[in-house]
Design a protein. Sequence first.
Length: 517
Amino acid sequence: MCSQTPPVFGQAEAGCPLKVHEKRSLPDCTNNAGSGCEDQLRDRVEQQFESPASKKLLVQPKSDKSQIEVGGRLAGENMDQSKDAADCASQLCNLPDDLLLRILCFLPLKDAVKTSVLCKRWGHLWALVPDLRFSCYFFPMHQRPLFMELVRRACALRRGSFIRSFSLSYYEMSDVVSEIKEMITSFVTTCGMQDLRLDLLNCGNAYTLPSSIFSCGTLEMLRVRSRCIIKIPYPISLSNLKVLILQDVIFEDDDSVEKLFSSPLLETLEISYCNWMKCKSINIFAPKLQHLTIYSDIEPGDDISNERQVQIDAAGLKSFHCEGMINDEYCILGDTTRLVEAKLLYAPSDIREEVIADIVVARNVKLLWFVSNVLANRDDVPLFGSLIKLRMVGEIDSVAVEGLFAVLRGSPRLRSLYFTREFFYYPVNGRHGLLDPMPSCFLSDLKEISVMIAGSVYNQKQLFMVGLFLETVVALEEMTIRFLEDHVDCEVLLEDLSKFPLASEKCRITFQPQQWC
């Protein structure tokens, strides 16, 4: 007999069918808080879908299993119900244009275009949708000219009209670079655009991004993923820019970088694999900046002797993520007490004094990621008095383990410890002074540890650190052991783990099989 209590989503008792009731509502397709009549428009659409005629459009099983009603028409049925369905379609077509455009916002553009054949009124309605998103990935190579024709038509029809967001994804675009630049220039500053995203890949030689983009005062979000040169005009007019994401772009001078990154309302800045080798010293003043992400790499032929100093004055910074082969010194100025999350994932060959300075800046964070050997053999490890979650990236070997325990001793409030890779540390002389002194978080706050075991046959090096944690972390409540699915015998592993005495009576060991990514 089924229990009276409804089962948890995704589970059901034996013999009880799982019933999932999903309530559908009309989602919001606009970020414009000043649109006003949003709720009224939503109610009008829902009333249309709740009318008796519209309900007949649903597929409903009949009591006679040999007959199925589809779209309100049943074989042998009179034409009355067909007329009801036609009336419902007519009611939908009679909705005002602004409401129909909201409905079309939910469709991919290629499907919205198909509505142009419904009737004369719908002919060009799709082109008035305020959000234009074009992606060539839905078109095979031989249909790329057709794709570009679609983009041309849509932009030509919207010239001078409001466009809230515009997104264009295109690759192998060397033959259409000039056309795309001209297209963007023709409407970006005249349509009140708020969101612009350009993913233009494999474009051949680097081209200059249209400067008109940086004169769009309504722009709030700008993403450019393309090998292009950015030259900022004077004066810059990005007074409303809040999110800036750049990848593979080329900066020619310090002035362009400083102007772009110092937009007064900028909250999120992400710089991925950009080339600023020609820049010397950069000063960024972004009082509203909250999230800063930098991915960097050193290409063959780059002049690594030219180390730039990037000074960032961002008193409101909450998260700082820096990853890769870093050839620059990043200096975060002013008050950093609001910084709660830091990811310092430097390449192993890139551990310099500047990196340690970054870690000192991050001493107030609550969530910290860093490469396991960042603090190897160092005596100046800072105190992380607020750190709650620590994520170690990379293998833990004899070099990395001392830096790890230095951080643990300096993190009295640590609650969660996560290792992305396996352990390769097995000292010949026991614990080799790792617990001298004992990290205070082992006795009070450290509740969760998650470790990784790799390979079909694990060895003593991988289990040594697991055993050390089980034997010494008095506050431990859960030890999660991750391993590749079908690569580890759980019964044998559990038997090996049972040989370690548990320091915590509350400790629970959880196995978490994982699949190859």
